[in-house]
Design a binder for this molecule. Structure first.
Ligand code: ADP
Ligand code: MG
Length: 718
């Protein structure tokens, strides 16, 4: 496994190889006094292990070698002692199956001694490798049921931590999850492989550019959107409870139109919940930095300080888990669904991403000197090329059933992938392409002596919330992730396609400098040709507008509106080629991800469709009929006719939904792409038809008869 020594361009206080748990005294976080206290950090390792063994562990991790037996035993014993002092009684290998969540199976530290007693034990073997009963995790065909075994293997580059519970504590050991034949069954292994691939490509490129680095890390800082609602309403809504989103609900009279919620003051109960969440996360070494209200009522956002992609991704899983746990202590429920409420903004996740060297250079920071500018232009061009070439794959990396309500609706980036560079940077690329500076903006193009290179703007330019992939000053922000998603796959894909593009440009650079060009001339020529070839993907305007959809089509950009359109790109030839070339995922491993994603899509919507049919028939239809009877008895003809008409329509749409849900009407390949297409073309429209009538009924049936809490209550009672 790869080594993690330090991350680029962050103050040491904001970063440590152990996820920030080191040297935190000058940390500006409010929770500095508890920061990292539940993390088996490098500092703790140094303190707990004999010096020689600590050094040996560091060296082994740095080289990515397997831990040798006696060292593993020593580390395990130190880890157990530390954990038990902090109240832990059990340990678990904490891993990330393809469902996108985390999984854990708890084992007690105590083992029988043979004389009827028990002693605490935890060996190196148990630390390094586990064998959970993995048969029920999806493997997408990588593991047949007769060979159900999967192994979890310690990832020493992500620190172990303790999860507290009112009645005890649990030592969690971040692990990778593989099949017996070594195929990745999780989201961590491919991410680590992709980080290695990118490092190799970037180190090579840096060498050609006259810069030495041992390692290049990718970094991630996710901005997470979510809803907090009162748990009473949650439990009164079987749709929320079962599917995570409301399948019915008329739009509230006061929606987000007033824009008074965004950055508004945070309600006291919500703030208390956020603060406790942040405190819990601080103990786990997760450096949360910002919190604020989001656009929709009852919607909020949280973001950490960025970390290397592996740790950042582990921390993001932990963050989602802790947010959900802590909310319950405040009588709240934290919704991470991409679209919990129709007609109200959904929740996404902004994946801030960059690459940096172990010498402290952020490769996506334009920098102050011509040399830094040169590096930046080279790597930025590679990203533009990668995103253009693999736009469909990036779209596929963020596809799921929840996202289909969001991407393409006027609230999230569109399903069309494009890059926002900002006015200044776009001007700089245009100037390089045309070979002329822009005299009108001298501050942006200060002449650098004899250098032909314009001075690049430091600021990222305007913010454009409608762009799915935006340059924001010193990083790219991939904004199309869904709020419930693991960072694993999108970052694995970003790293891999960037590695490939960097290598292609390095080949060109090598050829040009061998042919006698100076590095500067060669880079500018490469930037120019790369930009010309890929600028179709660059767009700085309004991504929501109709004109852009038309323009994007003219430019030949892909518009993969929904998951069944996008997911096949996970196994497209260009994907397989890139992923096999960089040893990130084999064709079989890619197929497994594709199959799991398609199956999850189908399963998710099947559950929604059955839940919708059942709520409609057993809760909403009876309420409507009661009202109809009351109207008839009262002899109010006009209202009776109106209600009777809707009830008839409701019955028809419910029957239609029940029929499309019936097994015999589903295609044979029910869990594959045929099943997904059937869902997309037949089941979803049938669900929408039922909802359409239900939402009309909600507006005419008396409140005391309507069995579901309404949006107005759920969203405005805090
Ligand atoms: P915004 O205005 O979008 O909130 P911020 O500067 O607050 O911008 O950054 C948002 C997120 O981007 C934070 O999580 C931050 O840690 C992360 N970020 C900043 N620099 C980098 C980087 N070099 N690599 C990855 N993420 C980064
Ligand atoms: Mg942002």
């Amino acid at each position: 496994m790869p080594s993690r020594t330090r991350t680029p361009n962050v103050a040491a206080a904001q970063w440590s190889p152990n996820g920030g748990a080191l040297g935190v005294t000058d940390l500006t976080l409010p929770n500095a006094n508890v920061f990292g206290e539940n993390v088996f950090s490098i500092a703790v390792q140094r303190q707990r292990l004999p010096k020689a063994q600590f050094r040996q562990l560091e060296a082994t991790v740095a080289k990515g070698e397997p831990l040798e037996g006696s060292l593993a035993d020593a580390v395990a014993s130190a880890m157990r002692e530390w954990a038990m002092e902090r109240g832990a009684t059990h340990y678990t290998h904490w891993f990330q199956p393809l469902t996108g969540t985390t999984a854990e199976k708890h084992d007690s530290f105590y083992g029988p001694t043979g004389d009827g007693n028990a002693i605490a034990e935890f060996s190196g073997k148990e630390l390094i490798q586990g064998e959970p009963d993995a048969s029920s995790f999806p493997s997408g065909g990588l593991r047949s049921t007769f060979e159900a075994r999967g192994y979890t293997a310690w990832d020493p580059s992500s620190p172990a931590f303790i999860l507290e519970n009112p009645n005890g504590a649990l030592l969690c050991i971040p692990t990778a999850f593989t099949s017996w034949s070594g195929e990745a069954l999780d989201n961590k292994i491919p991410l680590l492989r992709s980080m290695d691939a990118l490092s190799r490509s970037a180190v090579r490129a840096l060498g050609l550019l006259g810069e030495t680095a041992q390692h290049v890390y990718t970094t991630v800082g996710p901005e997470q959107e979510y809803f907090l609602i009162d748990e009473q309403y949650y439990f009164e809504r079987p749709d929320l409870l079962i599917t995570g989103r409301t399948l019915f609900g008329a739009k509230p009279p006061k929606g987000q139109e007033l824009d008074d919620h965004y950055f508004g003051s945070i309600p006291e109960r919500v703030l208390a919940c956020m603060m406790e969440t942040e405190n819990e996360l601080a103990k786990l070494g997760v450096p949360i930095k910002t919190r604020h209200n989001e656009v929709a009522p009852a919607q909020y956002e949280v973001a950490p300080i960025f970390e290397n992609s592996n740790i950042g991704s582990d921390h993001q899983q932990l963050t989602m888990q802790i947010m959900q746990n802590v909310a319950r202590r405040y009588g709240l429920v934290c919704l991470m669904h991409e679209k919990p409420f129709a007609g109200v903004n959904g929740s996404g996740k902004h994946n801030n991403w960059s690459m940096g060297t172990d010498t402290g250079i952020n490769l996506l920071d334009p920098g102050d000197t011509p040399h830094e500018n040169l590096l930046f232009l080279f790597f930025c061009s590679a990203v533009i090329k990668a995103v253009n070439k693999h736009q469909q794959l990036l779209r596929a990396s963020v596809a799921n059933a929840g996202q289909d309500h969001r991407l393409g609706a006027n609230e999230a980036p569109p399903a069309i992938i494009s890059i926002f560079l900002g006015a200044d940077l776009e001007k700089a690329f245009d100037a390089i392409e045309s070979g002329s500076g822009d005299a009108a903006t001298p501050q942006a193009y200060l002449e650098m002596g004899a250098s032909v290179l314009p001075r690049l703007p430091l600021a990222g330019g305007d913010r454009n919330r409608t762009s799915p992939f935006a340059f924001t000053g010193n990083k790219f922000e991939f904004r199309a992730l869904g709020s419930s998603m693991s960072l694993g796959m999108p970052n694995t894909i970003l790293n891999t396609i960037a590695a490939q593009a960097i290598d292609t440009l390095s080949d060109e650079l090598e050829a040009a400098t061998n042919g006698g060009s100076s590095i500067e001339e060669a880079v500018l020529a490469i930037v120019k040709s790369t930009y010309t070839a890929n600028k179709a993907i660059v767009f700085s305007g309004d991504g929501y507008s109709e004109e852009w959809h038309a323009e994007a089509e003219k430019r030949g950009l892909a518009n993969l509106a929904q998951s069944p359109d996008a997911l096949p790109w996970l196994i497209e030839g260009s994907t397989v080629e890139a992923f096999e070339a960089y040893n990130v995922l084999s064709e079989r491993e890619l197929h497994s991800r594709y199959e799991v994603a398609v199956e999850q899509y189908v399963t998710t919507i099947n559950i929604e469709a059955e839940t919708a049919a059942s709520i409609a028939r057993t809760m909403l239809l009876p309420a409507a009929i009661r009202w109809l009877i009351a109207l008839k008895e009262a002899g109010i003809e006009k209202l009776t006719a109106e209600t009777a008409g809707l009830v008839d329509e409701f019955v028809e749409t419910i029957f239609a939904l029940e029929s499309v849900n019936a097994d015999e009407n589903h295609p044979e390949d029910d869990h594959g792409l045929d099943g997904a297409k059937y869902i997309q073309g037949t089941v979803i429209p049938a669900m929408n038809a039922v909802r359409d009538i239900a939402d009309k009924l909600e507006k005419i049936v008396p409140d005391d008869l309507w069995p579901l809490p309404k949006y107005s209550e759920i969203l405005f009672i805090k």
